[in-house]
Design a protein around this ligand. Structure first.
Ligand SMILES: *Cc1c(COP(=O)(O)O)cnc(C)c1O
Length: 394
């Protein structure tokens, strides 16, 4: 059978999360009450006002047809109006907005639309694994853009070699960040746009957690940088802000040549998203985002609870201003993978080792806050019994 499978698929690194799922199932079959803090998706339901639109629109036969390839005008106008209201950014819904079947698809297809075999792509390290995988699928050369804790996980362009800077064609950034939960001010994007412009690199910012922020912190858009559209695009999704991971709806905005190239490629691959889903998502984007604030409050409370418990155990975690994650330092004497395995084998707790997000993830692990406070209490109880933490219990 192996002979039928292409080299590109054969050579794909195993998707870590499917491996974790296999281990989780095996433990559950043995009767272990596994607590999964590995899942990168909100556990809360999609708000009713969105779901209601889906139900109503799904009953209309006119909505059972193909969508326009680039998405419905209604959804694209809602994206443009969201950018205007939330960021003060003007977008032409016809040329500067494209509907995506979730941003994962959009990221992988963008790489196909931009990268020739051998081209260099700078990817955040640690970062969302799809960037590296997408570069692999396109036959490109993924180069890690180091992000270090000392500098708040903002890009260290100086750490790249001159040759890497000159070869780069595409650069991915992601704030608020998965997995580090790092957040930035607009100045980080101003620098990124300058860097991209000086080196003739397309800047692709992934804003998956744009609205998942705490208190008064508002995450900036790369398109708030003057003239960023010359050189930048930005991905957005309803998945995390509106708890719509399974709906598969997102968008990309910005530079119109790139949007056009991606739309051309995609028109040969998919035929956009189900019309009622685009209508429901448009309603979400035009709302006052109150439900997102309410959800973010829940994530913040969970974060505070776990953060203070971890701090008490002597574990090192930075307190984030957004996302659904805590990025925690591994106790001394363990690698990320060893510690993640220890938590699973001894406590039945799944976390994601930092190395799943790139070599610079070594020394950390990611906790997803997608479980209830009661489950977090259980996590804390179990972790207090973990020995070998190198923490003085007194
Ligand atoms: C979850 C996530 C995505 C994928 O979102 P979808 O729109 O559901 O495909 C993209 N980027 C990051 C950083 C994410 O965490």
């Amino acid at each position: 059978m192996n002979n039928f499978v292409s080299n590109v698929v054969k050579n794909m690194p195993a998707y870590l999360f499917s491996e974790l799922n296999r281990k989780k199932k095996a433990l559950q079959e043995k009767g272990v009450d596994v607590i999964d803090l590995g899942i990168g998706a909100p556990d809360l339901p999609t708000p009713d006002f969105i779901y209601d639109v889906l139900v109503k629109e799904a009953k209309q036969p006119a909505n059972h047809r193909y969508s326009p390839y680039s998405g419905t005008p209604e959804f694209k106008e809602a994206v443009a109006s969201f950018y205007k209201n939330y960021y003060g950014v003007d977008l032409d819904p016809n040329t500067e907005v494209l509907t995506l079947v979730g941003t994962k698809e959009g990221i992988v297809n963008l790489i196909q639309a931009v990268i020739n075999p051998g081209d260099t792509v700078l990817i955040p390290d640690p970062g969302y694994p799809v960037y590296r995988m997408g570069v692999h699928l396109a036959g490109g050369n993924a180069v890690s853009l180091p992000l270090d804790k000392k500098n708040g996980y903002i890009p260290q362009y100086e750490a790249l070699t001159k040759q890497e800077r000159e070869a780069a064609k595409l650069l991915f950034l992601n704030y608020p960040s998965n997995p580090t939960a790092a957040t930035v001010e607009l100045s980080t994007f101003t620098k990124a746009v300058d860097f991209a412009r000086n080196h003739n690199i397309l800047l692709a910012h992934d804003a998956a957690y744009d609205l998942v922020t705490f208190d008064s912190y508002q995450s900036p858009s790369v398109l708030q940088v003057p003239n960023a559209k010359d050189i930048a695009i930005e991905f957005g999704t309803l998945s995390k802000s509106y708890n719509m991971t399974g709906w598969r709806i997102g968008y990309v905005v910005g530079n119109k040549e790139i949007i056009h190239a991606l739309a051309t490629l995609k028109s040969n691959i998919d035929t956009s998203q189900f019309l009622p889903i685009q209508k429901a998502a448009a309603t979400a984007l035009r709302s006052d985002h109150r439900t997102v604030k309410e959800n973010s409050m829940i994530f913040k409370q969970r974060m505070e609870k776990l953060h203070s418990a971890l701090a008490e155990m002597g574990m090192d975690a930075h307190k984030p201003r957004g996302t659904i994650f805590l990025w925690v330092g591994v106790p001394s004497g363990f690698t990320s993978a060893e510690f993640a395995n220890k938590l699973l084998d001894e406590l039945g707790i799944i976390v994601t080792p930092g190395t799943a997000f790139g070599p610079s993830g070594e020394g950390h692990f990611r906790i997803s806050l997608s479980v209830s406070e009661e489950r977090l209490d259980e996590v804390i109880k179990r972790m207090k019994n973990l020995d070998g933490l190198g923490v003085n219990p007194s």
